[in-house]
Design a protein around this ligand. Structure first.
Ligand SMILES: O=C(O)CCC(=O)C(=O)O
Length: 210
C-alpha cells in the first residue's frame, strides 16, 4: 500500500464489526515476564517464522485439529494470561467463549522485521472468538473483506489485546505484510521483533483414529 493509500485507509475505513482492541492490556513488567517464559520454550522452526504451539499442535497443511495433536495442558503462565484475556472480554465475547471449553489452544508467533503472515480467516475448527496479545514491537495488521472490497488497518501496540469475533472473525481476512517498516499517521516506523500469543477455543475436534 502506498503512503497516501495507507493514510486514506487509516482515516476513512471503519473497523470490522467484532474487532475489539484494548491498548495497555499488560504492564511493561508483565510483558517482560511473558517474553522470558516464551524464550525459555523450544521454538518450532518449520515455518518461515518461529512459532510455539500450546494445547494442540495445529497442522497448517490440513488445517484441522484432531485428538492426536493434543500436546497437554497450558503451562501456568499461559493459563494465567488466558484468564486475564477472558476477564478483559466483553460479556458478549465471554458468552461465546463459555459456550465452549476455556481457551485450549495457543500459538505464539515471532516476527522479525521483514516477516509477516499471509491473509487468512482462522479455520472453523476453532471457536467463534480469537484473542491475540502483542509483545515487543508495534505492527500494522491489515484487514480485508473479499465480498465488499473493504480494507482496514489496525495498529497493534505492544502489550495490547485484540479480540476478533462476529464478522471480524468470520468474513474478514487478517494479515501482516512482510516488510521492515510500517506507515502510521504519516510516519514511517521501523519494526523490531514482535511476539504474539493467539488464544483459541476448539469448535471441532476430530477423534483420534483407531
Ligand atoms: O500475530 C498475530 O497478531 C496474528 C497471528 C495469526 O493471525 C495466526 O496465528 O493465525
Amino acid at each position: 500500500m502506498s503512503m497516501q493509500l495507507s493514510l486514506l485507509a487509516e482515516e476513512t475505513t471503519v473497523a470490522p464489526t467484532g474487532l475489539v482492541y484494548h491498548e495497555q492490556f499488560l504492564t511493561a513488567p508483565e510483558e517482560l515476564d511473558f517474553l522470558a517464559q516464551i524464550d525459555a520454550s523450544e521454538w518450532l522452526t518449520d515455518l518461515s517464522r518461529r512459532v510455539l504451539h500450546f494445547g494442540f499442535k495445529y497442522d497448517y497443511s490440513n488445517r484441522r485439529l484432531d485428538e492426536s495433536a493434543r500436546i497437554g495442558a497450558f503451562p501456568a503462565w499461559l493459563t494465567s494470561l488466558a484468564s486475564k484475556v477472558y476477564t478483559a472480554a466483553s460479556e458478549d465475547v465471554q458468552r461465546l467463549l463459555e459456550a465452549q471449553q476455556p481457551f485450549e489452544q495457543a500459538i505464539v508467533n515471532e516476527y522479525q522485521p521483514g516477516q509477516g503472515i499471509a491473509p487468512h480467516i482462522d479455520r472453523d475448527c476453532f471457536g467463534p472468538a480469537v484473542a491475540t496479545v502483542s509483545l515487543g514491537s508495534a505492527i500494522n495488521m491489515d484487514f480485508s473483506r473479499d465480498a465488499t472490497g473493504d480494507e482496514h488497518v489496525q495498529r497493534l501496540e505492544p502489550r495490547s489485546l485484540l479480540l476478533l469475533h462476529g464478522e471480524a472473525r468470520t468474513t474478514w481476512r487478517h494479515s501482516i505484510a512482510k516488510r521492515r517498516k510500517d506507515e502510521w499517521h504519516g510516519q514511517v516506523l521501523e519494526r523490531k521483533r514482535r511476539v504474539s500469543i493467539t488464544f483459541r477455543t476448539i469448535a471441532d475436534l476430530i477423534p483420534a483414529q483407531t
